[in-house]
Design a protein around this ligand. Structure first.
Ligand SMILES: [Ca+2]
Length: 294
């Protein structure tokens, strides 16, 4: 928002996991709430999140060339959650039909029922059972206590509709989204791709996001960056896109920005670490930050 509305205030901005498309992000929260609370059987039990994650990794872990429990780019993973459908009764290693439906909706994100248009990206596969992710934000043991749902209810109930009786179950993903965009999104959203003033001031914008972010889908960061790049490619063919987006693999909130003489993060600045396990040393990671392919 600073880069878009107040381009002369900072010459360097780090936008970490930006919630810049506020009104649609929160629409996604209500989408997941409707999915998980559709019936008493709809929410995913916490214990099954590991079942889901293991199935994702079994299908996609090796796509990046390293079988290490991590997906370098979950967009490359074509995991079909239907393989998890219980075939002979419910158990911890499979999903019931209502649970499967919820999982598909969390992955897909909200869609406009009239136009089919995507309103906000879903959540990438691969970190469903990671600590502090889905079990806190989307599918906790007490389904109604999900952090996402609290945010979605307060935003639409209070800021948009100003109705203490507002009911998420009646939310219309066409009409109500447009109403929210007009009333609150116009103030809260930072989705203007025009960064020409910021560029003219010599501004640099570094954007990063963790794939395992279960609050703000990392895919929304990629969409925002693509939007700005497309705008600038069209309007400023000679200018370099101002944003550099890097995703962290598995680590949600780490960052090192080296400013001297460069406008990018030094990817070699976060080095491999070796941890002692008993008498042996094991290579824990050999990469942390990766630029999003262009
Ligand atoms: Ca891998």
């Amino acid at each position: 928002m600073e880069a878009q509305r107040y381009p002369d205030e900072f010459n360097g901005i780090i936008a970490g996991a930006p919630a810049n498309n506020w009104s649609h992000l929160f629409t996604g929260f209500v989408w997941n709430e409707q999915a998980a609370l559709n019936t008493p059987e709809s929410s995913l039990p916490v214990a099954k999140l590991l079942t889901v994650q293991n199935a994702v990794l079994a299908a996609c872990d090796s796509l990046d060339g390293v079988k290490d429990g991590l997906l370098d780019d979950p967009r490359m993973c074509r995991f079909d959650p239907s393989v998890l459908l219980c075939k002979a009764g419910d158990n911890s290693e499979c999903l019931t039909a209502p649970q499967l439906e919820t999982l598909k909706k969390i992955y897909s994100g909200p869609k406009n029922p009239r136009t089919g248009e995507a309103i906000f990206p879903g959540y990438p596969p691969g970190t469903e059972a990671a600590p502090g992710t889905w079990a806190a934000w989307i599918t906790p043991a007490d389904p109604a206590s999900a952090i996402q749902f609290n945010f979605g209810n307060t935003y639409y109930g209070q800021a948009v509709f100003e109705d203490p009786q507002w009911d998420f179950r009646k939310f219309d993903f066409d009409r109500d989204v447009r109403f929210g965009d007009t009333k609150a999104g116009a103030v809260l959203n930072a989705t203007n791709p025009d960064l020409r003033s910021f560029c003219a001031e010599g501004g640099k914008l570094l954007q990063y996001h963790g794939w395992g972010d279960s609050a703000i889908s990392a895919l929304s960061s990629i969409e925002s960056r693509a939007s700005a790049r497309s705008f600038h490619d069209f309007w400023m063919e000679e200018a370099k896109p101002p944003a550099r987006l890097r995703t962290s693999i598995a680590c949600s909130w780490c960052l090192e920005w080296v400013t001297a003489g460069a406008d990018t993060v030094r990817t070699d600045s976060i080095r491999s670490r070796r941890l002692k396990h008993g008498s042996k040393k094991a290579l824990r990671r050999n990469r942390c930050w990766e630029p999003v392919p262009t």
